[in-house]
Every structure is written in C-alpha cells, then in structure tokens.
Design a protein around this ligand. Structure first.
Ligand SMILES: *Cc1c(COP(=O)(O)O)cnc(C)c1O
Length: 307
C-alpha cells in the first residue's frame, strides 16, 4: 500500500504538517482501515470462516470490519451497546454491508460476545474475533508501519518533525507510533490527545500495548523508558466520549473552510483543538509539527447540521 499523503498545511509560528490517514484507500480510510487490512491478512491466513467484533453505532472500526467482511463475502457479527445505538452514517453502512448487529446493555457486551463465539463454534464455524477499535498487537503494528512512512518522508524531504499530535482512544495508534519511535531511536514527542479516557488508566493502557508489542517482536525496552515516551494528555476530553462543545464545533468549521479537510467532534476535531491548546500552554514555537488525521469521515456528516 502506498504511503498516505503528508504535506505542509501552514507555515506560521510553527510549521504545521498533516498526514492524511483519512485518505487511506479503503472504506473512507482512517486508522481503523489501516488496522483492518492487517487484521484481514491474519483472518485470511488463519482459514477463519466469519468475524466477530464490537463497538457502538458510530464506530469507525465496526464499519471498516463490516466492509471488509462484505467484500470477502464473509459473515460479520457486531455486538453493540444499546446505550450508544442512535443511527449514524456508520451504522447505516454496517447495515448495508449485511452485518448482523446485536444490541445489548453495555454490561452484557462481554458475555454476549462469548456466547456468540460459542454458538458459532458449535455450528461448525471458525470465528475470528477482533477487539473493539482494533486493539491489540496487529493494530499496534499498523501504526509502527505508519511511523516508518513518516520517517521515510522526513528522509526524502530533509525535514524533522519535533512533535506528532493525534487523537488517542484505545491507545493502539499511539502505542504503534511510540513503538516505531523506540525501535528507530528517534526523538519526536508523540502527544496523544485523549478523546475520553483519563489518566492514570489511559496512559497505562498505551504503555502496556507498547510493551506487549515490543515483547512480541523480541525487543526489550525497560518500562521506565516506555513510560517516559508516553505522553497521553487527558486535559481535553470535555465531558467524555463523543461529548463536544462550541470551540470544537468552531474547529470543524474552520478546518473545513481553511483547508478543505473534514474533522469530527468525537476524534479528530477534539485532537486538533487539544493540539492548539497544548501548543499554546507549552509555548511551543518554531517547531515542525505533524498532525495525524486518523479518519472518521462519516462522523463529519453526522455532525454537519449541528453547528
Ligand atoms: C478509533 C479512532 C481513534 C482512536 O484510535 P485508537 O487507536 O483507538 O487510540 C482516533 N481517531 C479516529 C477517527 C478513530 O476512529
């Protein structure tokens, strides 16, 4: 797969660059598509017969996995918490792709997944299970590879990014970037703007994912080094997952008008707004800054009438 576009948006107090993972060429792109194609390689190699995953009705991950399943003509089962089941463009698409969606209370999600996997095995199927959000070493690997794309860009353009900012949710994307940094002995500050989770748990999950991944690759890095390289910022979560505010709506309008780039209130606009706040409060100036657009384009349309 060719690297996603990376280019300079603005030369001002800092030079702002963007990596357009929202243009990753499958199912409206985004980090879930980048992870999804790697999960699918394992699905194909393992001789599985169907796929099971979970997420809300607005989940980019579930849309991408349902799309992959449809394109391979494979049954896809999604367990979804009914507390977050309002219709969205992502959920319309999951329906279009023929995914079977089971809505249960959030407390029942875990047991419902177990029961579904058991039912499928009893029926002679070989189900492939993917954690919500594409969490796990394969998801981490996807962003370790994305980090390589960034390094390649730096090499050919003779530039060095001082900071990377991006939206951090399950922390898998951030873990992959940090793993890439540690493996290459690089010095970039990788700042994950949490879209919901708080510390200490949020940052701890990122560190565990980095550790898990590096161990799986036979690479030893001590936990203190991993901790020092994990900047998981929980100051900009607003009131939690999907919760927005006037300043975030204004960011969506501004970035669309100025650059023609769609952001969404749950992930990328929150991260963008958080990045602006972080740069201001840390008085960062004269630096090369890279924002990774992690996708979620369908969510832009869910929110477009709300401003
Ligand atoms: C899932 C998602 C994220 C968060 O990615 P994680 O790897 O779970 O941290 C960020 N942006 C978008 C658009 C997403 O869909």
């Amino acid at each position: 797969m060719a690297p996603t576009p990376l280019y300079c948006l603005d030369k001002g107090e800092n030079n702002l660059y963007i990596k357009r993972d929202d243009l990753f060429p499958f199912s409206f792109g985004g980090n879930k598509a980048r992870k999804g194609v790697l999960f699918w390689e394992e699905f194909l190699a393992g001789g599985y017969s169907c796929v099971v995953t979970y997420g809300s009705s607005s989940s980019n991950h579930c849309r991408v996995i349902a799309n992959l399943a449809a394109s391979y003509n494979v049954a896809c089962y999604i367990i979804s918490p009914e507390e977050a089941s309002e219709p969205t463009y992502n959920s319309y698409m999951m329906g279009l792709f023929g995914a079977e969606i089971t809505c249960v209370s959030v407390h029942e999600v875990h047991d419902t997944i177990e029961a579904k996997l058991q039912d499928l095995r009893d029926a002679g199927e070989k189900p492939y299970f993917i954690y919500g959000g594409g969490h796990g070493n394969i998801g981490t690997e996807a962003y370790r590879l994305a980090y390589e794309e960034i390094r390649e860009y730096e090499k050919t353009q003779g530039i060095h990014f001082d900071y990377i900012f991006h939206a951090s949710g399950t922390g898998t994307t951030q873990a992959g970037l940090i793993a890439g940094k540690l493996i290459s002995g690089d010095t970039k500050e990788i700042v994950g703007i949490s879209i919901a989770r708080k510390n200490p748990r949020g940052g701890a999950v990122v560190q565990e994912s980095v550790d898990d991944y590096l161990s799986s690759q036979g690479i030893k890095v001590d936990s203190q080094t991993i901790a020092q390289n994990t900047i998981f910022v929980d100051d900009y979560t607003k009131d939690g997952y999907g919760k927005t505010s006037r300043d975030i709506q204004l960011v969506i309008q501004k970035v669309m008008k100025d650059y023609g780039i769609p952001l969404d209130k749950t992930y990328t606009a929150k991260a963008w707004w958080g990045m602006e706040q972080y740069i201001a409060s840390h008085k960062i100036a004269g630096k090369n800054i890279l924002f990774i657009h992690t996708g979620g384009t369908p969510l832009f349309f869910d929110g477009i009438h709300l401003s």
